[in-house]
Design a protein around this ligand. Sequence first.
Ligand SMILES: C[S@@+](CC[C@H](N)C(=O)[O-])C[C@H]1O[C@@H](n2cnc3c(N)ncnc32)[C@H](O)[C@@H]1O
Length: 315
Amino acid sequence: MQIKKHIYSFGYDNTESDLCKLESRYIFKKEEKNKLLLSDIKAEPSSSAFIKKRLDVISFSKDYATLINEIKKESICMEGFKVEYLVFDGDTTEYAERLKKLKDIGFSIEGNPDYYNPIITYALCYYEGIWCFGILIKNNLSWYKHKEKPCSYSNSISINIAKALINIATKTNKEKTLLDACCGVGTIMLEACFAGNDIEGCDINWKVCRGARENLSHFNYTANVYRSDIKDISKRYDAAIIDLPYNLFSCATDNDVLHILESTAAITDRLVIVSTADITNLISKTGFVIVDYCSVSKRGKTNFARKIWVCEMKG
Ligand SMILES: C[S@@+](CC[C@H](N)C(=O)[O-])C[C@H]1O[C@@H](n2cnc3c(N)ncnc32)[C@H](O)[C@@H]1O
């Protein structure tokens, strides 16, 4: 019987399904399925907008009674614990039975439970014929604070996409240096800083640069924002994210887009590009190859979609 060290559960709406799968390919090297994923890779739930919970498996068994014995053998002694039942796809256990099982677990742990302010949360689940018990880590949503950034911008990308772009660009490696080539008010930069990556931003518009600096300092993050045309940046980065201009506020011709793409391509070997238009023909002119792709439509606006290309330098 094979079980991985961690069981992840995900939450997203239909419009974000492909983005969640794209992100999960770069965090876990495989896609989540039915909002669940088993992996030996340990990822912080709050590093993604889509990971809801991670169960660190302590014991598992096909047989429930054996699982309870295994838990008892662990001799867990813990004050202020809580136990939750995770209902996964395919688990038909009735509510009353689930409560009974939670009690069984509670009696297998030494110490007093605390349902309201637990120090640690354990969980039980039934997945593909196997009972699993472990420690439950939830997405603490502390990154929600970025929703209250002081400077906003009508062309800003959503936080969910921004977090995914960081994971896709860095493959969750905190050592990777990043450039946000068209940073606007720094939505993507905030998520890189939260993730612990070094990022710098560049934007041709001084007003949004000022906004990005204000947003970063509001959350006590330190990162350079250059008021510059991207062509004047010569420093190299491990990866660059380009959220290309669109609509009336920051419109761009094919020539402008190609200028931004070629200037950024000159200072990195990995690009993650966001655009509302299909620019595959322009990307091919940069010498980069498209290695992955997805499209994210806006909730309630099916005719507005952002396309995301992951590109690498040829050879
Ligand atoms: C879609 S917006 C980016 C929004 C940003 N991701 C945010 O969430 O605030 C595109 C940005 O590209 C900038 N831009 C356009 N041409 C540029 C260039 N040549 N070099 C640098 N930035 C440029 C625009 O000023 C605009 O702020």
